[in-house]
Write a protein that binds this ligand. Structure first.
Ligand code: TXA
Ligand code: MG
Length: 321
């Protein structure tokens, strides 16, 4: 397959966006920007189309997909039941970088939920994403638009690199997204639990809605993780990744590299001043390190900030891989 690559600034972008929306409706794959990371979308009602997402990404089949909607009516058509928490949280944070796990309705195709009785739903705030869903007229199931295991794509060039020839359309955007995937919050049981930390923190949820959330420690080894995706190798470049603390300086690189059987010349040192900068750049920096053939990546994370949890979650996973 040859992917149709559509640039945001080309003159018939609008026409191509409509073509891509029609392609989604007809069972094809479209990669598109969101405010978190790029997604690889298919019609959430179409089981075969959703299966082709797994093939294109090389994604394990037991890892369910997030379904993207453009309004509340569409969201509610996907879920069997919800309570006050969903009303409050969606009002406070949608459209935006947060997904809610709820009991699914029978409209959601089998492949999307990978055998679970729940579905994760999100209303993104990116204009292109919203317009694509609206024009398609169907909800769009979309994981991050990377080959499984690789860092999530935060620039158009990453999507083109991973998915050219694997997605029918690739919609590009020059906007820099947040760089972290959405916060995934489980509302399907009595406890409100963050299954995957993201831009919206437990603190922000409490401040805006008064709802107290528990944090599911996805780094703990549990036999059946509640969010299946958290058990897989993730976010990692080919280079080995190490996290260092704030006492580490450039002068330590030579000794550190030697202790890992490498050399300073093959070692990339990434240092982030604040949490927002780290979120925005970490995945892109991982990909650049691979392009430049580094063997080792040393990361000194930003020390504080609202995104600290989410950033460390991604970094620790990259270190484990
Ligand atoms: O920001 C995002 O969430 C991006 C953009 C494209 O929207 N999408 C994304 O999708 O990160 P993905 O597939 O890379 O990660 C989805 C996560 C996985 O950890 C998956 O296991 C979890 O959400 N998930 C999806 N459906 C679920 C469900 N029904 N119950 C529990 N976890 C679920
Ligand atoms: Mg992903």
């Amino acid at each position: 397959m040859e992917s149709v690559i559509v640039k945001e600034n080309e003159k018939d972008f609008d026409k191509k966006l409509s073509e891509a929306a029609l392609a989604i409706k007809n069972g094809k794959l479209v990669a598109f920007p969101t405010e978190t990371v790029f997604g690889l979308g298919a019609n959430a009602y179409d089981d075969d189309a959703c299966k082709s997402i797994y093939t294109a990404k090389g994604r394990p089949s037991d890892n369910p997909l997030i379904v993207h909607v453009h309004n509340m009516e569409m969201a509610k058509s996907l879920i069997a039941s919800y309570d006050d928490r969903f009303e409050k949280l969606s009002k406070a944070f949608w459209p935006g970088p947060i997904s809610f796990v709820l009991k699914k309705s029978d409209k959601v195709c089998k492949t999307v939920s990978a055998g679970l009785d729940t579905v994760a739903v999100r209303m993104p705030s990116n204009k292109i994403a919203l317009e694509l869903i609206k024009r398609a007229g169907v909800p769009i199931a979309a994981p991050s638009a990377n080959i499984s295991g690789r860092p999530s794509p935060t620039r158009s060039e990453h999507v083109i690199f991973d998915l050219s020839g694997r997605s029918d359309y690739i919609l590009c955007s020059d906007d820099f997204p947040i760089g972290l995937e959405s916060t995934v919050v489980d509302l399907s049981t009595e406890d409100t639990v963050i299954l995957r930390p993201g831009f919206v923190s437990a603190n922000m949820i409490k401040e805006k809605t008064g709802i107290i959330v528990k944090s599911h420690d996805s780094n703990k080894k549990v036999s059946v993780p509640k969010s299946p995706g958290t058990k897989y190798k993730h976010y990692s470049p080919n280079a080995r990744v190490y996290m260092v603390d704030s006492s580490f300086t450039k002068n330590d690189i030579v000794d550190f590299a030697l202790s890992k059987n490498s050399s300073a010349g093959k070692t990339k040192f990434l240092e982030y001043q604040n949490d927002v900068e780290m979120a925005k750049n970490l995945f892109a920096d991982f990909r650049q390190a691979d392009k430049d053939n580094f063997e080792i990546v040393i990361v000194k994370p930003a020390k504080e900030g609202e995104l600290l949890d989410a950033n460390l979650n991604r970094l620790i996973k990259a270190c484990e891989s």
